[in-house]
Structure formats: structure tokens, C-alpha cells
Unconditional design. Structure first.
Lengths: 501, 449
């Protein structure tokens, strides 16, 4: 039996786990204290389970989940590097984990000091004038940065600027954030070398352009050599240039977005700075800005007074305002600060150099078997096309699924959109050479299988607790919560021939 | 020295395999004019033991809720959290996994999220809930954006009783997106239904009311809902104190269209306010407009039950500029904490927790208002927070309390200047014992003299 019951299907009426303090205050009937029609008529139908059932259940669920701690996770653009244990210990210190966000600044000096210094460290790495740690994730950093840019243009009476340029290889969050900021998006073509097509940029640049958003290195893992010229062109047209920091693991100590001409940068601390992804979050997406944009940053911002006292300072009159409650994803910031203090300047440079080395090592060893659409030295990641395997009926998805059989997570597939059958591979710097060599050997075996035994790849995975799942059924007739008496679901598809058991 | 395993020898061999001599040979794509020609100016690297001393010293500068007795709520709540919660939710298989895009090896996270969505439905009484948003404030923003619609204009009405930080966050987004946000006035600490009736128009896309509101006051949600639904506007219930859902009528019972809530206190560390946990639930017919990730039940090719991310056609990775939201990274791990916490409390424990909040807060209310010079501000039913006027400025009183290891009430003067400098909001959850409350009362008596 390889499925695990839902928590709602366990237990028995009257069972429970947690205990609270004994009631030691006089009790008054609730109906004497609160209006009857404001009261809940029946108890929330939560599970009734004992502690041992909870422990076994969530332990089983954890065991059914792949993670960085379980194996190699070359998921492109996601920077699934090792998440140091000391980070977790530091974030669990009661002096950080047990602080109330609204307690007096005088009683939270260490916390504000940490945020203040983290901002300075990130500003130096990015080459920006000032950083705020408020945004909760990368996409939140994007919308915050775009709001800052919008406020800047408004301050110059240039509210007509309503276009954001986004390269065709960009992350999906970029156009979604631009829409959220009430901008129109125009897609920029890539050139034959995988960079921004300068002729197309020239063609679309005009007085209505508010900003260009780009990653560098871009999603092909390619550093855009024309970056200085791109920034010059955008600035000459009166636009701003935004750095999506999803790929910042490639540049620490080597090059700085500020020096490349970027006006706004976001960091994904859950990528570059090793804070864990937690199955999808939390992250943190601090943004850094050039000097002319500092007045527009959201508040509050940590400040250090002449006497060495720290406080949260309200943002100035030109600030865009608040972008969330309280002061950023603080416990994520503690982890990132721990990581950056551990490494220092030489350490973060070593991180980026080895991320680049590992990516090139893997790319070089596999490019005779997988198509490399842009055959250049890569930065921290690279993109293959599975076109050659597709000729045998084996898709990028199939290759990713087959990797799961070897205890390796799939690469990012079908992204960026400009490469057909894309396999985007990011090994990160924290992997051993043995792990990389094993991955190379497995990928070569899969390339062999694609030619000689495509069915094995097409029907993978074979060794996981569940096989391929019926996505169509999930989307066509969504069942998004458990209800009492749910009937078992049945696939409308016939079971594929040769599907393994 | 760090977490990079490559040795000097391996580095050399790997470079050689690439036909390169030095690292520099791999960095040629970075134009010389943007290559950093110096070392970054960062604080010196620290060994792990030195790091622990440094962070330990920073942490020790803060007054934390394990050593202080706190009566501060105002959007962030100190809870009794069973030990079992963190032990399970922090398991590294959850902690160090990515968004479950490969369901065959992510059933653990997917099933836990499906359980989370179910539990959010159970406590809110709503039919569908997503896999989480950043926090309560941005959940309110997403509710407003969903009501206003893509490229939409129009207006959103929000009660002045909604958490001031939520209102401030909404104002930021409203300004950027170009929709109007207007506040509904308060009457004796509750949303004025008369003002709501006066302000609501056919252009109103959403009405947002918090239950209980920022003052802890229990709102008449049924009356606000009835007025809202005389128009096409969506009725949004904001909740910042999720314990209230154990005792008060859930939003599904009073026909809310959207619930936007802060769920961090359900088992997560309070953590100086972040990361937090945005809860978002809605009606079935609004599902396609809903922001954020969703997990659904399906079957695999062997006929077994399994779970997948679904309805992704709403999301940025598929829809790009046409997505319902730009959210990608969410608060998945906090959702696992909340799931284990709600399972551990269970049906009876969750109810008991909410009831204890009410009882303990009312005991404290009776004790505090008996102190000479302390007067309640509003004459309204409340959940686990209450506002009083102190005889002296709140900041002064709180400094005196802090000396006795007590974190006092929230200074309401910051956000509600109309209440004056002496208005404080006290919070008493299930985590405060009678001794804690009696200690507050005796120290407060001295402090207000």
C-alpha cells in the first residue's frame, strides 16, 4: 500500500492531541458575552486524532517528499543549493523567533540591527545605494520595484509611461508583475546568441517606456555582453532598468547589477542566500535601488542613530507606502544574514565561481548527447533542448520523470519558452563532483534509452510511490478539499499501455 | 570554510576537463567594464562557532515572549503551540523541497497542502481555499484586486476597523492600480452601517470588514453583508485573529464572498511578524478568478489517489501577463505548520482555544477596568482584545511595564489619533494564565498612578 490516508480519514470521535492551560479564570456563558447571532453554531469539523497518529502521518508525508536533503535537485532558475543547518538554529533562537512585531524598538535592538546590516551587505553585493528587506518574495520584490519606478516617473510628470519591456525568455512573474502595476507589456526578442536583440530594443524604445525588466545572466544561463549598451539605450529613452535577481547566484563578487546600469534589483534570498524553499515558500525578496529611487522605497526602513540606537524609520513623503504588514520575512532574513556573515567577500565569490564551474562541467559532458541551442560558456545554469530525443518520441517531461527513478529531481522543463523541449539545469555550487558525475552518467543512459528503449522513458517514473498523475481530471473536475463521503476518483483516461505497476 | 565541496585539485581537474586553465577562462562573457575589480566590502567571514556567538548576542539584545509576559496583539498573536508542530513541520523533507512541480516525488507536500486547504475551509466555512498568500495584508489586497478585476477601475470600501497595516498596504496597491479606496467610518468602535449605506454605489466592487475588528470588537457582519449585497459588490471578511473562527460565526455562514486572513498564529513562530501566512478562501463560482496555488485530488496511472498542483492556467508561470496574480513563492511551509497545529488541537481543542481567549480576555477586562482612572473606550462585545483609556500616555506606561518584564498594550494613538495618546489595546489569548493577568493588573495599578 503506497498511499497515505488523509488526516480526516483517521482518528475517532473524542480523540485529541494538544492540551492547553487549565482554565483558571472564572467562566461566563458565551451568550452573556457575545451576541447569539455572532456565534458559531457548530464546531469546526477538524480532525479528531491522537498525537501518535499525527506524528506517524506527517512523518509518512515527509518521507513521500523529495528535497535537497534527500538528493540532487538540478532545477534550473530555482537555485536548489544546500540549506545550512546553522541558519535554522539561528532563526530558532527565542530572541528572534519569539519577538512581537509591534514591541517597542528599544526592546528589539538586535533584530533591527540585523536588518540594518543585512541591507548594507546586500547593497554592496548588488552595487545599489539602498536596500529594503520588506518584500516577501521575488515576485513581491518585482511589484514593489515597479511601484517605485512608477512613483519616480510620476514625480517627473511622466505618468504617460505605460510600457514595460520584457525579454521573451523572462520568468512568468515579470509580465504578471507588470500587469499588476498597471503596465502594458511588450515582449523583446532574443538574438542569435541568446541575448536581448538590440535592433528590436531600438525599435520598441520610445517615450512611453517605463522600464525594461531582465535577468543577467538570463534564463538561458547566458550573460548578456551588451548589458552596458542596453542600459544606456533604456536610460537615453528615459526608462528605468530592473534586475530580476533570480540568477544572482552567478554574479556575487564578480559583477554588480548597479555597475551594469540597473536601477532596481531584487534578491531571492531563498535562492542565492540559501534560505530553504519550504515546499514553495516562504522566501524573501529584498530590493535594492539606485540613489535617485531611494525616496520612493516602501517603509519602514531600519535606521541607526548617532548614539548607536536602531529604530524603524517611517519612509519619507515620496514613499510608495507599505507593501505588507510588519517588517519583511524577518526569520528568513536571519537565515540570509547568517549565510552571508559565514561567507564574507571571498566566500560569496567562491560560491558564484563554483556554481559557474559546476554548470559548465555538466554542460560540457552532456552536449554531445543533448542539443545545446546556444553553445557558449554558461554561467550558473544552462538549457538543453530534448529535440533529438523528441525524434524518438521522448519529451523533456519524460526525461525529467525518468531522472526521478534515479533519485534525482527533474530539471525545469519547457522553460524558457524560447527553447523547444527545454531542459534547464542548475547544479549549484554545493554539489560534489561525484554527484555531478553520477548525474552525467544517468543523463547519458537516458539518452541511450531514448534511442533504444523509449518506452522505459515515456512511462517513467517506475520507482516512485505514485506514477504519473491525471492532470486533466484534476483540472476538469477540480476537487480541492476533502469532504465526508468523497468517492474514490477514477481516471477518464484508459491506463496507458505498458504502464508499470 | 564553506559549503562548496570542490577541493583545489578537483577545481583544477574540472577546469581542465573544460579545456580551461583558470576560473577566469569561464568568466569571459562578463564584459571587463562591468567586472568587479576589487573584493566586495563585506564584514569578515565568521566560523560556525563564532557565528553562533555573534547571532546569539544579537538575539540576546531583544526582549522575547519566552521571558516577557505580553499583552500585545494588534494583528500578531501569542499562542500555545504544541511541541509536535515544529518537530514535524520542520522536517527537512518539507523544509528543503521546492514547489511541488514534480508530483510523483512531492506527494508529501501536496497532500499536506490539500489537508491545509480543507482545514481552511473547515474553519472559515468556505467551499474553496488556496495554498496560501504572503500575509493578511496582502491577502486583503488580493481580495480587492480579484473584486476589481483585470484592468478594472471602480472603488473599494474598507472599514476603518480593519487593521491599519492592511489598509496602508491596500492604499499602496490601489494607488498603483488606479482604483479608489474609501474608508467606512466607525461608530463606537464598530463599522458604521449607516456610513456604509451612504457610501456604497453601483461602482463599488468590494466591501472589506474585519471580524473581530482591530479593536477586538465583534462586528455585525450579517448587517454589513446585507447592505453590500444590495449591490454587485463582493463582501470580504478580513480576519487577523484566527482563534476567533473557533467561536464566532465563520464567514461562510454570513455569506462572505472572500475571506482574507492572517493565519501565522496557527502554530508558527511569531518571528517579529514574518514570515506570516495569508489565508484566502472564496466561493466556488469565483474559483477561476482566485489568486495563488491550488492543490487538487486526482489519480495516478496505477489507479491510486494522488495530488497535483491544478488550475495553473490562472497562474503567472502559464498565463504570464494575464495571470490572476503575480504570486509565485508563497508560504507553503507555514501552511504545513498550521495544518499540523490544527490537527493537534483538533475539533475540541480548537473550540477550547477560542473559548479560552474569550474567557481570559474578559477576566482581564474586568480586572483592568477596575483600576482607578482606566476606562473602556467602546461599549461593544469583544473577542480577545479590548481598548481602554489610561490615565497617562501609553508609551510612558509601557516603559514602566517593560521594567517589570511585561509587554503592554498597543498604543492606539499612532493609528487612531482621534482616540488620544492614552488609548491602549490589550490582548489576552489562551497563552495568558490568571497569574499573568493578575501580574499585569498589579503592575498596571502602580504604573498609572
Amino acid at each position: 500500500m503506497s498511499t497515505e490516508s488523509l488526516i480526516f480519514e483517521m482518528g475517532a470521535p473524542g480523540r485529541r492531541a494538544a492540551t492547553l492551560f487549565d482554565m483558571d479564570v472564572p467562566e461566563t456563558p458565551l451568550t452573556d458575552l457575545l451576541p447569539a447571532d455572532a456565534l458559531r453554531a457548530t464546531e469546526a469539523p477538524l480532525p479528531e486524532v491522537s498525537e501518535i497518529e499525527i506524528v506517524r502521518h506527517y512523518t509518512h508525508l515527509a518521507q513521500r517528499n523529495f528535497s535537497v536533503d534527500s538528493g540532487f535537485y538540478p532545477l534550473g532558475s530555482c537555485t536548489m543549493k544546500y540549506n545550512p543547518k546553522v541558519n535554522e538554529d539561528m532563526a530558532s533562537l527565542p530572541g528572534f523567533a519569539r519577538l512581537h512585531p509591534l514591541q517597542d524598538d528599544a526592546t528589539a535592538q538586535g533584530a533591527i540591527e540585523l536588518a540594518y546590516h543585512l541591507e548594507q551587505i546586500l547593497a554592496e553585493i548588488a552595487g545599489m545605494a539602498r536596500v529594503t528587506v520588506q518584500p516577501s518574495a521575488g515576485a513581491h520584490g518585482e511589484i514593489t520595484g515597479l511601484m517605485v519606478i512608477k512613483a519616480y516617473h510620476a514625480s517627473r510628470n511622466e505618468v504617460h509611461r505605460n510600457i514595460v519591456l520584457i525579454p521573451d525568455g523572462a520568468h512568468g512573474t515579470n509580465p504578471a508583475s507588470a500587469t499588476l502595476a498597471d503596465y502594458e507589456t511588450v515582449e523583446l526578442r532574443s538574438d542569435a546568441r541568446g541575448g536581448v536583440d538590440l535592433d528590436h530594443l531600438r525599435e520598441v524604445l520610445n517615450e512611453n517606456v517605463a522600464a525594461l525588466m531582465m535577468t543577467n545572466p538570463n534564463t538561458l544561463g547566458v550573460f548578456d555582453e551588451n548589458i552596458v549598451e542596453i542600459a544606456r539605450m533604456v536610460h537615453a529613452a528615459g526608462g528605468q532598468i530592473y534586475y530580476d535577481g533570480a540568477n544572482a547566484n552567478a554574479i556575487m563578487g564578480l559583477a554588480r547589477p548597479g555597475d551594469m546600469g540597473f536601477d532596481v534589483v531584487h534578491f531571492n534570498l531563498h535562492k542565492t542566500c540559501s534560505t530553504p524553499h519550504g515546499g514553495g515558500g516562504p522566501g524573501a525578496g529584498p530590493i535594492g535601488v539606485a540613489a535617485h529611487l531611494v525616496p520612493f522605497l516602501p517603509g519602514p526602513l531600519p535606521a541607526r542613530d548617532a548614539d548607536g540606537t536602531y529604530r524603524w524609520a517611517d519612509a519619507g513623503p515620496q514613499s510608495i507606502g507599505r507593501v505588507r504588514a510588519n517588517n519583511g520575512n524577518f526569520l528568513v532574513l536571519v537565515r540570509a544574514y547568517t549565510y552571508l556573515r559565514f561567507h564574507g567577500a571571498a566566500g560569496v565569490r567562491q560560491v558564484s565561481e563554483n556554481a559557474i564551474l559546476n554548470a559548465n562541467y555538466v554542460m560540457h559532458a552532456l552536449k554531445d548527447r543533448y542539443t545545446l541551442p546556444f553553445d557558449r560558456t554558461c554561467m550558473h545554469e544552462f538549457v538543453f533542448s530534448a529535440n533529438r530525443q523528441k525524434a524518438h518520441g521522448v519529451t523533456a517531461t519524460d526525461i525529467g520523470k525518468r531522472l526521478l527513478d534515479f533519485g534525482i529531481h527533474a530539471p525545469t522543463v519547457y522553460f524558457p519558452l524560447i527553447v523547444s523541449e527545454a531542459l534547464m539545469i542548475e547544479p549549484t555550487e554545493t554539489e560534489t563532483r561525484e554527484t555531478l558525475d553520477n548525474f552525467i552518467q544517468v543523463m547519458r543512459q537516458i539518452a541511450d534509452e531514448a534511442e533504444n528503449d523509449p518506452e522505459t522513458v515515456q512511462h517513467a517514473p517506475h520507482t516512485t510511490t505514485v506514477g504519473r498523475l491525471d492532470q486533466t481530471l484534476a483540472a476538469r473536475k477540480p476537487r480541492l478539499r476533502w469532504s465526508p463521503g468523497d468517492a474514490p476518483r477514477t481516471s477518464e483516461k484508459s491506463v496507458p499501455v505498458g504502464a508499470s505497476r | 570554510m564553506n559549503y562548496v565541496p570542490n577541493t583545489v585539485d578537483e577545481l583544477r581537474d574540472m577546469l581542465r576537463a573544460l579545456g580551461a586553465e583558470t576560473m577566469e577562462d569561464l568568466l569571459g562573457a562578463i564584459p571587463a567594464e562591468v567586472r568587479l575589480q576589487r573584493s566586495l566590502d563585506l564584514p569578515p567571514a565568521l566560523s560556525e562557532p563564532a557565528l553562533k556567538r555573534h547571532l546569539g548576542a544579537l538575539a540576546a539584545k531583544n526582549l522575547n515572549l519566552d521571558t516577557a509576559v505580553s499583552f500585545l496583539g494588534a494583528g500578531s498573536y501569542d499562542r500555545v503551540v504544541p511541541s509536535v508542530v515544529a518537530h514535524l513541520a520542520k522536517r527537512s523533507e518539507f523544509l528543503t523541497s521546492y514547489t511541488p512541480y514534480q508530483p510523483e516525488v512531492s506527494q508529501g507536500m501536496l497532500q499536506a497542502t490539500y489537508e491545509f486547504q480543507t482545514m481552511v475551509c473547515q474553519i472559515t466555512g468556505m467551499p474553496v481555499a488556496n495554498a496560501s498568500l504572503y500575509d493578511g495584508a496582502t491577502a486583503v489586497v488580493e481580495a480587492a484586486l480579484m473584486a476589481v478585476g483585470p484592468g478594472g477601475r471602480g472603488e473599494v470600501l474598507i472599514s476603518r476597523g480593519v487593521d491599519p497595516q492592511y489598509r496602508a498596504t491596500l492604499a499602496t496597491y490601489a494607488h498603483t492600480r488606479g482604483f479608489t479606496m474609501r474608508e467606512i467610518a466607525l461608530d463606537n468602535g464598530a463599522t458604521s452601517t449607516r456610513d456604509l449605506e451612504k457610501q456604497i454605489t453601483p461602482e463599488t466592487k468590494a466591501v472589506i470588514v474585519q471580524q473581530p475588528n482591530f479593536f477586538g470588537v465583534v462586528e455585525d457582519m450579517r448587517a454589513c453583508e446585507a447592505i453590500t449585497h444590495t449591490t454587485k459588490a463582493l463582501f470580504v471578511a478580513a480576519v487577523s485573529e484566527p482563534a476567533s473562527l473557533a467561536v464566532l460565526a465563520p464567514p461562510g455562514e454570513y455569506n462572505a464572498d472572500i475571506v482574507a486572513a492572517e493565519g501565522a498564529s496557527l502554530g508558527n513562530p511569531i518571528g517579529y511578524g514574518g514570515p506570516a501566512l495569508g489565508l484566502f478562501a472564496t466561493k466556488a463560482d469565483l474559483l477561476k478568478r482566485m489568486p495563488g496555488r491550488l492543490v487538487g485530488e486526482t489519480v495516478d496511472d496505477r489507479g491510486q489517489r494522488g495530488f497535483v498542483l491544478t488550475l495553473q492556467a490562472r497562474e503567472q508561470q502559464i498565463r504570464r501577463e494575464k495571470a490572476t496574480s503575480n504570486i509565485c513563492t508563497n508560504q507553503a511551509l507555514l501552511a504545513v505548520f498550521a495544518t499540523v497545529y490544527l490537527a493537534a488541537l483538533g475539533r475540541a481543542g480548537f473550540r477550547e482555544m477560542g473559548v479560552q481567549c474569550v474567557q481570559r480576555a474578559h477576566y482581564a477586562y474586568d480586572q483592568v477596568r477596575a483600576i482607578p482612572g482606566v476606562t473602556p473606550i467602546f461599549d461593544r462585545p469583544f473577542f480577545d482584545e479590548f481598548a481602554v483609556t489610561l490615565p497617562r500616555p501609553v508609551a510612558e506606561v509601557n516603559r514602566a511595564l517593560a521594567k517589570q518584564g511585561i509587554i503592554g498594550g498597543y498604543d492606539l494613538g499612532r493609528d487612531y489619533p482621534e482616540l488620544g495618546a492614552n488609548a491602549a489595546l490589550f490582548c489576552v489569548t489562551e497563552a495568558r494564565t490568571r497569574d499573568d493577568i493578575d501580574q499585569l493588573t498589579s503592575v498596571l495599578k502602580e504604573a498609572v498612578l
